[in-house]
Write a new protein. Sequence first.
Length: 94
Amino acid sequence: MKNTVKINLLGSSFTIKVDDEPEYVNKIVAYADERIKKIQSTITNENPLRISLLACIFIIDELFKERDFSERERKRIADITEQLISSIDSAIEE
């Protein structure tokens, strides 16, 4: 079922249809709006397109860093798990 969500960003308002819950989409929009306002506070007299692109780049940067961190953590946990299994196997064999 498609949900309808109204979005207001950078003075533009539009409605989108999404599969996700409206609350979830609103959280995403609020986060984007927060990033946009942070950029607007440091850059004066910029056009909305440039501000949107900068916000997009910063958000993607955050996403990539989180993915890299998650992947490192998955590998670390897998290594610890293998060490524990090896230790358990050694203890059982004794």
